[in-house]
Every structure is written in C-alpha cells, then in structure tokens.
Design a protein around this ligand. Structure first.
Ligand SMILES: [Zn+2]
Ligand SMILES: [Zn+2]
Length: 340
C-alpha cells in the first residue's frame, strides 16, 4: 500500500466520522423537537379534556349554580343500550285476580289443607284460619286476641274453612277470572291468579300473598289492585260489588283504602252489568268483617256477579264468561288509568 492510497483512506474515514457526528447531532435535535411537540399536544389535550369534564366546576367558579339537566328516560335508554331494549316486564302494572272459593273442604285431605295455608284448631275442632292480624302488625295472625278489628256479631276471630264451601260457584268464578286474565294481559298488565283450577282452595292468607313480590309478605306489596271475583246466592238477581263503608279499620293500610276499593268495585261492576245484561244492583254495604278485607293492604274490588241460584242469572253466567271477563278487564283498566 502506498502513501497516496493511505492518505485517501484516512480522508474518507475522517469524512465518514464527521458525517456520522453531524447525523447524530441532527437526530438528537429532531427527537427533542418531536418530544416537545408531543408534550405540548398532550398538555393541550389534557386541558381540553379537563375543561370538558368539569363544566360544573367552571360554572360554580363563575357563580352559576344551574343544576345539570335531569336525564330523560330516552337518554337513560340510549345510555344503557341493549340493557333496556327488552320490554319493561318489571314495570308492568300488577293485578291480582282472585277466583273466590274452590275445592270444598270435605274433598281435601289434611295435607292439602295445610298446603293451602289452613290450620287445624284443636279448641274449636275445625280447619280454618284467623280472620285478623294483631294490632299494628302485618302478617301476624290475632289468634283470638289483640285484634285489629272486633269480631263480627255472632262470629269470632276464627274463620272455619267449611264456611267457604260452595258447589256451583267455584267454576263460574274461575271461568270469569280466566277470561279477565286474557283481556288484561292483552292490555299489557301482569296478572297473578290466586288459583288456576277447581282442585285448589287457597286460604285467604295465601290468596293475599299474591299482592307481594314472590308471595313474600315481608316486602312492600307490588300489586295495584286485587279483584275478588264471586257470584252471589240466597235469593235475588243482578250484579253487585261489596263496599267497605266505614266498617274497615285495619292498621297499616293507606288512608284512602276503603274509598279507592269502593271506586274500583263500582266502576268494574258497572261494566259487567252493561256487558252481560245482568241487572246493576250497585253496592252491598257494611261488610267490614270479611276476612279478605281484614288481610289485604291493596285496594280490593269485590264483585258478586249475578246470582248463581237464580235460573235466569245462571243462564247468563254460563254463556257470558268472555263478555264478563272483558268487562272486568275494561273496568280495571279504567280504574287504574284514573288513579295513575
Ligand atoms: Zn281477631
Ligand atoms: Zn262467593
């Protein structure tokens, strides 16, 4: 290798090193510059986000205490998306339909009676249930003392289940009830039945429990109305409802309980009369001692639809379940629309 060649290699090496140093310095400056830009952007963005997230704070510092607008139901649905798109089954208005009576006590075994909520009373020698709750309690039977109400004249706190035995009536009540259920469900109500066949005869305690979520009487009742569907007997004709008329003093019930119950009964009874052709008798008054009235926190429309022991009423009853059921549903809907 000669000196010229060595010189050239050395020169090239120096140029290469010089270029490398320039490149490194440039790269270092460039990186710093980008970092600073990003940092500036970040600070700027965070400030923007902070401003967007704290309108209340900004408003307060300006002395403006305008409250945030209340979210509308549409906003909440939009926010929750799919969670709310199912039909609001939990928000349906609940109506309890009670087809009065049922299987006669003489056809029921002791196990059946117990399962339906009755008890055997050794002192009185009968199956039945206590008519009242103790004063100031809900769900605690009186057991003959400390009653919310006085016993009916000639009666007692104990209600023997044989008193509720009927022959023709249970199926009439059930057919009217099932028809009413179909129409109410068509209108969007949630319907609970206290019995679904003539093989059942639940106690009043058990029937009333359907006013509560999952039959749990330790919770708040969630039913809007309890409709008692009976048919009358004992000489007469036409359709009626039983009103409470001041004979009712159960504790823990809403103060307008009797009034709202009577209004519901009156409206529904009017619809039933018009739809069936049964004579409209109106109210049967002064029934403060019915076990059901003593046990229910929810307003009761107590219907006595026609007289099943009157042949012309019975002919109407046997051929008009659908019309009667529809009239009950329309009456329930009219009443509930007026109070909601
Ligand atoms: Zn009592
Ligand atoms: Zn009855």
């Amino acid at each position: 290798m000669n000196d010229n060649k060595l010189n050239l290699i050395l020169k090239l090496l120096v140029i290469y090193l010089a270029l490398s140093v320039v490149f490194c310095i440039f790269a270092l400056f460039y990186t710093q510059s980008v970092k600073t830009d990003m940092e500036n952007d970040r600070v700027e963005n965070e400030t923007k986000i902070a401003e967007m997230q704290m309108p209340e704070l900004s408003d307060k510092t300006k002395g403006n205490n305008t409250p945030e607008p209340i979210k509308t139901e549409e906003d909440i649905i939009a926010l929750n998306g799919d969670n709310m798109t199912e039909p609001n089954t939990a928000q349906k208005t609940v109506v309890v339909l009670d087809a009065g009576h049922g299987k006669s006590s003489s056809y029921m075994s002791s196990d059946e009676k117990t399962a339906e909520g009755y008890e055997y009373n050794e002192d009185r020698g009968s199956w039945g249930e206590w008519r009242h709750y103790k004063n100031g309690t809900y769900g605690d039977d009186c057991h003959g003392s400390g009653c919310t109400l006085t016993a009916p004249s000639g009666g007692s706190c104990w209600y023997p289940m044989g008193n509720g035995d009927r022959d023709t009536e249970p199926d009439i009540n059930l057919q009217n009830t099932l028809a009413a259920k179909r129409y109410l469900e068509g209108m969007g109500y949630e319907v609970r039945l206290t019995r679904t066949s003539n093989e059942q005869n639940p106690s009043m305690n058990k029937r009333v429990s359907y006013c509560f979520p999952n039959n749990d009487i330790t919770r708040q009742p969630d039913a809007a109305l309890y409709v008692c569907i009976h048919s009358n007997a004992g000489g007469g004709s036409g359709t009626s409802y039983i009103s409470l008329e001041g004979a009712y003093e159960q504790s823990l019930i809403p103060p307008d309980y009797a009034e709202t119950s009577n209004t519901a009964g009156s409206i529904i009874n009017g619809k039933v009369a018009a739809a069936s052709g049964l004579h409209a008798n109106g109210a049967i008054g002064g029934e403060g001692y019915l076990i059901l009235f003593n046990k229910c926190l929810v307003p009761i429309a107590y219907l006595e639809i026609g007289f099943f022991d009157n042949s012309s009423d019975l002919a109407i009853l046997n051929s008009s379940h659908d019309e009667i059921g529809r009239a009950i549903a329309e009456g329930v809907d009219e009443y509930l629309s007026s109070v909601q």
